[in-house]
Design a protein around this ligand. Structure first.
Ligand SMILES: NC(=O)c1ccc[n+]([C@@H]2O[C@H](COP(=O)([O-])OP(=O)(O)OC[C@H]3O[C@@H](n4cnc5c(N)ncnc54)[C@H](O)[C@@H]3O)[C@@H](O)[C@H]2O)c1
Length: 336
């Protein structure tokens, strides 16, 4: 079985990807320092797959740890999820973000070079596009100056990968630019586990519905969008996880020194109010929300053109917004 090292594999997207890798006949080896995840995810993954995945608790910035994993397993590919992702915190503590998000990529690339590991899938983000002038966003839409250190780490990491491939170090890399990951595994055994106040809309919605938070604020309803609230492309996390499997399969067929980038979204934009109403419809819970002022720095609307990933990787989102809301809600209820 092909062994794939997944950094940040105990986290939200990484844990779902571990399941999809396993379903596709690959064996995930999980490396996570649990800075933003819980060790019980390993038990939950076992409940879903019937397999206890190899797990290393530690920092992927540590070369010695990576080496000891490579001594035990023949690693044939890498998916690098591990990163800090709180945009607000990154503006307060930029060094923490540059060190972890950029520093870890440097360590991993050196490790790949030394061990002759060729294939890497990197977690990038639609944040690199900022507020695009033309919608939907294609992969050739120009990247904009980052709004935050977090966003900048994604841009810098993409640039580092391009330079390494240009230098002919022999690697094959895909950057996946995720739009807005939502939902949870349909089994409700794994999902997003925000520590403290959620930064993202959907965990906030489910926590308000569960009575953990009092009220949801919609930041602005007077934008130039379908109903005045901000618009995003919400992609179910299981669909997103499958995109990593497709990306690895595609990398495997490429020559050395390969780099490409793909948007991962549904191709549809939904407004914040549409998300709220979809949630209310599937859950039967009336949400307590209020409209507040616009939030500085918010992208007004963005959604993906998915033609490239549909045609080249043969991947297409299958889950609807309602599916995402149902699975997020079932996950939230399972936490009670
Ligand atoms: N969730 C989103 O909205 C979103 C959108 C675009 C891109 N991304 C990117 O996708 C990736 C995964 O995001 P997620 O939502 O699953 O986040 P997450 O926080 O749930 O998962 C990241 C995991 O990495 C671990 N980690 C962090 N630093 C580490 C280190 N140095 N060594 C080992 N483990 C470490 C954390 O403990 C966590 O389990 C990140 O790179 C993130 O920037 C996420």
């Amino acid at each position: 079985m092909k062994k794939i090292l997944i950094t940040g594999g105990a986290g939200y997207i990484g844990s779902h990807t571990a399941v999809e890798l396993w379903k596709a006949g690959m064996e995930p080896i999980i490396l996570d320092d649990l800075s933003n995840s819980d060790p019980t995810v390993l038990d939950r993954l076992e409940e879903i797959t019937g397999k206890r995945f190899a797990f290393y608790q530690g920092d992927c910035n540590k070369k010695s740890l990576l080496k000891s994993i490579a001594e035990k397993y023949k690693i044939e590919g890498l998916i690098h999820f591990a990163a800090f992702k709180a945009v607000g915190e990154s503006t307060q503590q930029p060094l923490k973000y540059y060190r972890n998000n950029v520093g870890s990529l440097l360590v991993l690339l050196k490790f790949m070079e030394e061990k002759g590991i060729k294939d890497l899938v990197f977690s990038s983000s639609c944040t690199v596009y900022g507020q695009p002038e033309v919608l939907p966003v294609t992969e050739s839409t120009p990247r904009q100056e980052a709004e935050s250190p977090y966003g900048n780490t994604k841009k810098i990491c993409e640039d580092i990968l391009v330079d390494c491939v240009k230098s002919k170090m022999g690697i094959r890399v895909i950057s996946l630019r995720y739009f807005n990951p939502v939902g949870a595994h349909p089994s409700a055994k794994i999902g997003e586990l925000p520590l403290g106040t959620p930064n993202n809309l959907v965990p906030f919605i489910t926590q308000v519905a569960a009575g953990i938070r009092e009220k949801l604020t919609v930041f602005g309803d007077d934008y130039d969008t379908v109903d005045g609230s901000c618009v995003r492309d919400y992609i179910h996390v299981v669909d997103l996880a499958e995109a990593h499997v497709k990306a690895l399969a595609y990398l495997n067929k490429q020559e050395n020194n390969f780099y490409d980038v793909f948007n991962v979204g549904t191709g549809n934009g939904n407004s914040v109010l549409e998300v709220i109403h979809a949630f209310e419809k599937v859950s039967g819970v009336k949400l307590d929300y209020q409209v507040g002022p616009r939030r500085p720095g918010d992208v007004v609307k963005t959604w993906a053109d998915t033609t490239k990933i549909n045609n080249v990787l043969g991947w297409k989102a299958k889950y609807s917004l309602e599916d995402s809301m149902r699975d997020s809600w079932n996950w939230q209820k399972s936490l009670d």
